[in-house]
Design a protein around this ligand. Structure first.
Ligand SMILES: [Zn+2]
Ligand SMILES: [Zn+2]
Ligand SMILES: [Zn+2]
Ligand SMILES: [Zn+2]
Length: 347
């Protein structure tokens, strides 16, 4: 399966880097490790290996990792340095993220995929994404995922269950939910709608910038608290608000209270069921991500019923989607493609 993707850029898509992470996990299991030992007590597992130290440290820098830890292969034995965060789930995630970097150095699975890739920036980004995926797939293994979601859709209540029943941090649970079937934006916010975290697993929905307060979350907070099970589903409303000042309102926001925060799973609404007012409702084009007023749309696509973008005239039909940018992996606009570009001009 690993060799079927000949275009290496496709490895940057979430459901593909998961495959690399799984191959690396399998490599460790093949060498005799027991999955549950790693998942239940990551620090003890790493210490028991004998070829790797775990050192809890206050002062060391983290060398570009997006977790509070780093891996040093140049000492004997190699070591994982972890800044204790006060949150066991986060520390476990950090240790496993760094274990992935060790495995990327000593194992064959990572080398097999990346040996022909010369784009260093791409490799660096992929290395981090795969390390996150590696950590989250160990902490949040398939049995837990089954218990949380069964065969149903990915819900905010399911993510909360994962958090309550695993050794993983809330963000790891949200990351893990991005690897599951279906397209979504995940967010973690406080009661005022200020974001701690937001991410997406497709180009269908854009995650808001962390600095953009989400009014729909803020105004829903009282209703969330008043609800019997701390959960609420909102269709449309303020939608997902972006730093540009524009909003994408064709969404379903599935929210739960969890550990003092609001967890949100946002999915695209069905536009045929969503009533747009003709004056002032924004819509975000699936292709160029430009927001436009519904009344300025040249009309709806007869296939997907999406309003066509006023700028690029495209809808979200998959066969009409242009390829991703070779630098940021967001989809190119139709105009970029027409101009013969393979990357965004200012990317
Ligand atoms: Zn890293
Ligand atoms: Zn269409
Ligand atoms: Zn457009
Ligand atoms: Zn780009």
């Amino acid at each position: 399966m690993l060799t079927t993707l000949t275009d290496y850029r496709l490895w940057a898509l979430p459901r593909n880097y998961v495959k690399i992470a799984d191959a690396m996990i399998q490599e460790i299991l093949d060498s005799g490790a027991v999955f549950e030992d790693i998942a239940d007590a990551p620090v003890e597992y790493v210490e028991s290996r004998g070829d790797l130290d775990v050192i809890f440290h206050e002062l060391r820098g983290t060398k570009g990792c997006n977790v509070q830890a780093c891996y040093d292969p140049y000492i004997d034995p190699p070591a994982i340095f972890v800044h204790l965060s006060g949150n066991t789930g986060r520390d476990n995630f950090s240790v496993l993220h760094e274990l992935a970097h060790h495995q990327q150095r000593v194992g064959d699975a990572w080398a097999d995929v990346t040996e022909d890739i010369t784009d260093r920036a791409f490799i660096k980004e992929l290395r981090e994404k795969v390390a996150n995926s590696f950590a989250s797939r160990l902490l949040l293994h398939e049995d837990l995922i089954d218990s949380a979601f069964g065969s149903g859709p990915v819900t905010a209540a399911g993510v909360r269950w994962l958090f309550d029943n695993s050794a993983a941090s809330m963000q790891a649970c949200l990351y893990r939910s991005l690897e599951l079937e279906g397209n979504r934006v995940v967010m973690q916010a406080d009661s005022d709608g200020r974001l701690f975290f937001s991410a997406a697993n497709s180009d269908e929905l854009f995650p808001p910038h962390k600095d953009k307060t989400q009014e729909e979350i803020a105004r829903s907070f009282d209703r969330l608290q008043a609800s019997a099970d701390g959960s609420l589903v909102v269709r449309g409303g303020y939608g997902i608000q972006h730093l540009s000042g524009k909003s994408y309102t064709n969404v379903v926001l599935d929210m739960v209270l969890c550990d003092g925060c609001v967890l949100v799973i946002a999915t695209k609404g069905r536009s045929e069921q969503f009533a747009f007012s003709d004056d002032g409702e924004y819509y975000q084009g699936s292709v160029c991500h430009d927001s436009f007023l519904i009344k300025d749309s040249p009309g709806r696509c007869s296939t997907c019923n999406e309003p066509k973008c006023s700028k690029c005239k495209s809808c979200g039909c998959p066969d009409k989607q242009p390829p991703p940018c070779t630098r940021c992996f967001m989809l190119l606009s139709v105009n970029d493609v027409r101009a013969g570009l393979t990357a965004h001009e200012y990317c």
